[in-house]
Each structure stands twice: as C-alpha cells, then as structure tokens.
Design a protein around this ligand. Structure first.
Ligand code: PLP
Length: 356
C-alpha cells in the first residue's frame, strides 16, 4: 500500500459516513461475487433482499427499490408522489431542504418544498395543518406530501404516537406521508419498536431506509407500502441514473445486514456510543448538550475558542447545524476513542475554566 491509502489516524466521529463496511455487508458482497448472475435486479440477491424487507416489515404487499444514496432515494420517492405543481411540507432542518442541492425539486420538475420552522426541528399536526390550509387558491403550489425525518437531523425521535397523529392529519388533509429514514435503524433500536409499527401501521406511505449509515458501502432502500404508488417507479430510477446494472452488489449487503439482525445490532451499538459520550461530558462546564440524545448523535454547544482547542487536539467535527460540534456514531465506533474524546472535552473545559 502507498502512504496515501494506508489507514490514517485514529478514529473520528465527524460523520457516521466515516465508518467502513460492516462484516455482514462485506460477507454478503463477497458471496454475491461468486460467479455471474443476471443484471439490473433480475438476480436472486435482489429478490431475496426485497423478500427480507417484506418479512421484516410484516407485509406481503410492499414494493422495494434500491438506490445508490439517500439524496436520490428521497428525491425520487417525493417526485413519485408529486406533480410539478404540487408541494412537499418539510421541516426547515430537513435533509431534503438543506443538504440535497435541490434534488427533490429537480426530479419532480419543480414541486416546491414548503419549509416549516419549528423549535425542535420536528413537524407537528398543527404546523402541518397551518401550512397545508394556509392557501388553497390556484396561485399556490398544492400541498401533496409531508416528509418527516426519523430520527431527525439533530438526532431526535418522533414517538409512535406522534407519527400516528401526523399520519392522521395527513389523511384528513389528503396528503401522503414520506419518511426519510437515513438512520431508520437507529430509530427502531432506540424506540424498541418494530419497523412495521413505525411505518405503515402508523400511516407512513413511503420509507427511505438508509443502508449506508448503517454499515453498507452504499445503498438505500425505498419501500412503498401501497404498491399502487410504486407504479412506474422503476422507470424513474432508471432515468435518474439509479438503476444499478450489477444490482446484486447493492442488494446483497441488505441480505447480509437484515438476515440475522445486524442492522439492529449495529444501530444499538451506535446509539449506546452516543449515550456514552453524552454521559461522560454531561458535567463539563462550557460544553452543553444542544439536543436530547435519542439516537446516534451528540451535539455540543461551546464557545468558538473551545471548539478550536478541541480541533487542536486532533478532533474533527462539523458545526453546520446550529454552530455546535456534532459527533456521530456508527457500527464500528470504538468505546476507547469515545472515552479519549470525552477526556479531551473535559480538559478543554477545565483549562477554559481555569483561564476565566
Ligand atoms: C445522510 C442523510 C441522507 C442521505 O444522504 P446521501 O449523502 O445522499 O446518502 C438523507 N437524509 C438524512 C437525514 C441524512 O442524514
């Protein structure tokens, strides 16, 4: 190996996408690599992965598709529910609004995102009703879909009751309900509920289930719980450049993580790591939790010089949400590294206190 490809420094927690491929996904890709097989999703791995999803979600009628990443999954899923003159209600902090470069609008030929500000980044029935009924004239894009992120971009959860209430509001207003589940596994692990209870039984029409942040190399699954909504979705994927020719390498890892529950095990580990860091720094002055820790994220608010001091100690993190330091945990997060991070946070907090 050249120096550039050597494993670099110790583990960082800037993103759950820093993690490698989990052993279960890797083994399934290895197994899928034996011999030749039909292309474009006609292979046995893709059928098996879709069947695994139907088993996991306790439904025979779900239609399952595979895309390369979450932006494509969300954008195509929303586009499939909308005409160009429709609109999509989302939170101001939703990934579809802040981190997808306009992909939902692009793939829907112009459906507008109706962005709702809320104190905790979560939508509520009242907020949805307010936007959806604010205008009903021909000059305003007609509300058609609500999208919620579970867990949210700041690591918070909608309870099952909250999802059901949102779904009820949607039914009442003739809106569809989409769930961005880039970290769906973390939500299931944290709430301890079944995937079915969190989605179609609660009234969710369409789910994007993230594989990448759960330990796969790439890949998100799109689940239509009402198969009628999936009509022609395959064409949409193909046109958008999301139909993998060697589909088995996108679908086999799902078999690997779903079959024996690795998806949930990895998510539990990541969530526990977030709790570990949060507990270890809870009493450190100058570093305050910005959001309740309910999944695999910890956000710490601190003065810019404290964040700089932490960077100087070699830690990487993003501050693009609310200015605080974001730490994300994954299937491979090492407890000893989390403890090292906690020690450095404490040391920075203490030296700042001493200087004051
Ligand atoms: C990571 C993420 C996605 C998917 O992002 P890609 O980089 O396109 O895979 C979607 N939604 C949320 C909330 C995410 O955190």
């Amino acid at each position: 190996m050249s120096d550039e490809t050597r494993p670099p420094e110790p583990q960082q927690f800037a993103s759950d996408n820093y993690a490698g491929i989990c052993p279960e996904a890797w083994a399934a890709m290895e197994a899928a690599n034996r011999g030749s097989m039909p292309a474009y999703g006609e292979d046995p791995w893709t059928k098996r992965a879709a069947d695994e999803f139907r088993t996991l979600f306790e439904t025979d009628s779900a239609e399952v598709f595979f895309a390369f990443n979450g932006t494509a999954a969300n954008a195509l899923a929303l586009a499939s529910l909308c005409q160009s003159y429709h609109s999509v209600i989302c939170s101001a902090s939703a990934h579809v609004e802040t981190d997808e470069c306009g992909a939902p609008e692009f793939f829907s030929n112009g459906s507008k995102l109706l962005v709702v500000a809320s104190p905790d980044g979560k939508l509520t029935p009242a907020l949805i009703r307010n936007v959806a009924t604010g205008r009903s004239d021909i000059h305003f894009p007609k509300p058609r879909v609500v999208t919620i992120t579970q867990p949210t971009e700041t690591g918070q959860l909608y309870s099952l009751a909250e999802i059901r209430e949102i779904a009820e509001t949607c039914r009442d207003l003739e809106l569809r309900l989409h769930m961005d589940g880039a970290r769906f596994a973390n939500a299931c692990a944290s709430l301890g509920c079944t995937p079915a209870d969190m989605t179609w039984r609660a009234g969710v029409d369409l789910l994007c289930f993230g594989g990448t942040k759960n330990g796969m190399a790439a890949g998100e699954a799109i689940l239509f719980f009402d198969s009628a909504l999936a009509e022609d979705f395959g064409y949409r994927c193909k046109q958008a450049g999301q139909l993998a020719s060697k589909m088995r390498f996108l679908s086999a890892p799902w078999v690997g993580v779903l079959e024996e529950g690795a998806w949930l095990r990895h998510a539990r580990h990541a969530n526990a790591c977030a709790q570990r860091l949060a507990a270890a720094v809870a009493d450190v002055a100058g570093f305050d939790l910005m959001f309740p820790v309910e999944a695999n994220a910890v956000f710490l608010r601190a003065a810019p010089e404290h964040l700089d001091a932490l960077r100087a100690r070699g830690w990487r993190f993003y501050t693009f949400i609310g200015g605080g330091a974001r730490f994300m945990f994954a299937w491979d997060s090492e407890p000893a590294r989390i403890d090292a991070l906690a020690r450095d946070i404490r040391a920075v907090g203490m030296s700042a206190a001493a200087a004051a």
